[in-house]
Ligand binder design. Structure first.
Ligand code: NAG
Ligand code: NAG
Ligand code: NAG
Ligand code: NAG
Ligand code: NAG
Ligand code: NAG
Ligand code: NAG
Ligand code: NAG
Ligand code: NAG
Ligand code: NAG
Ligand code: NAG
Ligand code: NAG
Length: 537
């Protein structure tokens, strides 16, 4: 209606001069922003430029028709309320209107008269837009729970003709129409069953019109979730742990806010919270099942880790063999060896003799629990180093004991001359196998001689040395002794035929040589006589 009224005005004005009928203003409406400037451009023929005598702008607002600015040969007249706000190009008729307010919205008309008294006119509407401001995101929730919460974000802004857009970080937010939905006018973003990462973009809302756009402050919402993936590790690993060692258990969980971790031993909560449980100097009572319970104070969800199980075993130490403390005599004594540890329990026991597994026999009997070995009676071959090895899940400990079995004397014998000539030396040697080594006594013809060494030595034999020599080997520990007799005869010089003198040897050699010569001579003689027969031709 206003526009219609203004047109009437223009038509009225046109009646004054001649008019070519074409509007010098582009089709509107023209838009401007409050607080900013707007320029009304004119469309004129090049020949008209600088050829206007008067240019006159009028405004038809709520309060009626108002003169904005008029340029005439005598000067420029600025209408009331437009001082300092307008800038008119008298050559083109273009008007720049400054610092717009809402009141500037309305119809504007220009009338320009050329030097040829021709009139150019135009009418257009100006729409003053409110600036885009106070773009804010409001959430229906201050805190959200993953999967459970539906978050509704509403974007609001001040301004005219607004359109809304959402950004997730720097990328446009994509509504899938299911998990994430947007209202038709895009002001309401709904995230149903929110996920932990949905709203940490951060999220921005942008409100805009044709001229301006403005964004909200970044919005993010912490979504509580978890605990999930509650994982526990034990270091060192192993089903069996050595008593006195240190064990560290660690627990982790994915959770927001951070989960409270509580340790559990054999189903009983321990008074220990936090991701680490250090068991120092562990005792057997600390064996069992360990787990950790993660709980989230916000989601009120809790989840237990898998269970780790271990047994604390004391290492075997102080292993000792107790053995016979008296002396052992072959064939008489009984030896009992028993093996005990001062700490730890043996799982397996093993007996070794001189480094190889002890082989039981009818004399060597290992007790059913292998804690002792009884040898009844001991024999000389039982001497040696006995070792007992105790093993359990955490270690092996061993002890050894040397055992000596006294025996003998055995295999007593006398070696030496049987017959010698007068003045020849004689050495009789008595030997035996015995532990400890045997002592010897010699008798001659049944009478003790006082010789107590293994050898009986006569430097130069005399006739009365002929007789029976008896060596008696004795073992003071076994109390055993064995006597062996040896007969010696002392004879006149050169009466023994079991030796040849130098002359006798020479005689034999000469005799043999002579015989050889005779044989060779005989053979040669026989061959010569046979020759004629050997060659019949
Ligand atoms: C008026 O507009 C013309 C053409 O755009 C330009 O050349 C001239 O400088 C302007 N005059 C003023 C006073 O702005
Ligand atoms: C708007 O116009 C006024 C006067 O016409 C001028 O002082 C001001 O600088 C202009 N502002 C802008 C943003 O162009
Ligand atoms: C956006 O709006 C705020 C007021 O809400 C204003 O201070 C700021 O200048 C505006 N930004 C732009 C680019 O228009
Ligand atoms: C956008 O649409 C919602 C309903 O879908 C309505 O409540 C709200 O007022 C609308 N906002 C604007 C600015 O049109
Ligand atoms: C925002 O982006 C992140 C990462 O790209 C994505 O996980 C999340 O779901 C997005 N949020 C929404 C509401 O689409
Ligand atoms: C969310 O915003 C708060 C402040 O508004 C900030 O401290 C926090 O770091 C932001 N979180 C993320 C994940 O961006
Ligand atoms: C955490 O658990 C989820 C399933 O509950 C799984 O998809 C994800 O890979 C796990 N993350 C890690 C780091 O183990
Ligand atoms: C166990 O930890 C304690 C300190 O808590 C340390 O003194 C000790 O040596 C550690 N024992 C072993 C076997 O590592
Ligand atoms: C440890 O857990 C196992 C099952 O995993 C159970 O049979 C056993 O009795 C538990 N031990 C203790 C000491 O609770
Ligand atoms: C989430 O929803 C499930 C069932 O839908 C419910 O059992 C649970 O208590 C809810 N959790 C929270 C934190 O609201
Ligand atoms: C070893 O001697 C002690 C006393 O010295 C005695 O009590 C113990 O019975 C003896 N052991 C054997 C195996 O003879
Ligand atoms: C020793 O006995 C032998 C016969 O056995 C005898 O011939 C010899 O004369 C005896 N010698 C002495 C010194 O009695």
């Amino acid at each position: 209606m206003d526009l219609f009224n203004l047109r009437s005005l223009v038509i009225l004005l046109s009646a004054v001069g001649r008019c070519n009928g074409q509007s010098v203003l582009p089709a509107g409406p023209l838009e401007g922003v409050q607080g900013k400037n707007v320029t009304f451009k004119t469309i004129i023929m090049p020949t008209d430029v600088g050829n206007f005598i008067t240019v006159s702008w009028n405004f038809k607002g709520a309060s009626g028709l108002v003169a904005v600015v008029t340029s005439a040969p005598k000067g420029e007249t600025v209408g009331a309320g437009y001082a300092g706000r307008v800038s008119l190009n008298s050559s083109t008729g273009e008007l720049k209107l400054g610092t717009l307010t809402a009141k500037d919205s309305g119809d504007y008309a220009v009338t320009m008269v050329t030097s040829a008294a021709e009139q150019r006119t135009g009418v257009t509407a100006l729409r003053v837009l409110e600036p885009v401001s106070v773009v804010t995101i409001k959430s229906n929730l201050n805190e959200a729970f993953e999967f459970n919460s539906t978050v509704v974000l509403t974007c609001s802004a001040k301004g005219s003709f607004l359109m809304y857009k959402w950004l997730n970080g720097t990328a446009p937010l994509v509504a899938d129409g299911n998990h994430v939905t947007l209202s038709a006018n895009s002001t309401v973003l709904t995230v149903a069953g929110v996920f932990r990462k949905d709203l940490v973009g951060p999220i921005y809302c942008t409100a805009s019109n044709k001229l301006e756009s403005n964004s909200s402050a970044p919005f993010n919402l912490t979504v509580s979730y978890g605990p999930e993936n509650v994982t526990m590790t034990v270091t060192p690993t192993g089903e069996v742990q050595k008593k006195g060692s240190n064990i560290t258990l660690t627990c982790s969980a994915q959770s927001s806010p951070v989960a409270v971790l509580q340790w559990i031993h054999n189903g009983v909560p321990l008074n220990v919270m936090g991701p680490k449980l250090v068991l120092a100097n562990i005792a057997e009572a600390q064996s069992g099942n360990y787990s950790c319970m993660a709980s989230n104070a916000k989601t009120l969800r809790y989840l237990e880790s898998t269970t780790a199980k271990f047994t604390v075993v004391e290492a075997i130490s102080g292993t000792k063999i107790t053995g016979p403390n008296g002396t052992l005599v072959a064939g008489i004594s009984t030896a009992t060896l028993s093996c005990q540890a001062s700490a730890g329990t043996a799982g397996t026991r093993e007996w070794l003799k001189n480094g190889v597994a002890l082989s039981p026999s009818n004399r060597v009997v290992v007790s059913a629990d292998k804690s002792s070995v009884m040898i009844e009676p001991v024999q000389k071959e039982d001497s040696g180093e006995y070792q007992c090895k105790l093993t359990n899940a955490v270690n092996t400990d061993s002890a050894s004991l040397k055992i000596l079995v006294n025996f003998g004397p055995e295999a007593v014998s006398v070696k030496g001359e049987i017959a010698v000539e007068v003045n020849a030396p004689v050495t009789l040697k008595c030997t035996s196998v015995s532990l400890p080594a045997a002592t010897y006594t010699w008798k001659f013809n049944g009478t003790l001689t006082g010789v107590m060494t293994a050898e009986y030595i006569i430097e130069a034999a005399v006739y009365k040395n002929t007789g029976i020599y008896t060596c008696e080997a004795s073992n003071a520990i076994t109390g055993l002794s064995t006597a062996v007799a040896h007969k010696l005869s002392v004879k006149e010089e050169r009466t023994l035929d079991d030796g040849l003198t130098g002359g006798q040897v020479a005689g034999i050699i000469i005799g043999v040589l002579i015989a050889l010569v005779l044989i060779i001579a005989g053979v040669l003689y026989m061959r010569r006589k046979k020759r004629p027969i050997e060659s019949p031709y």
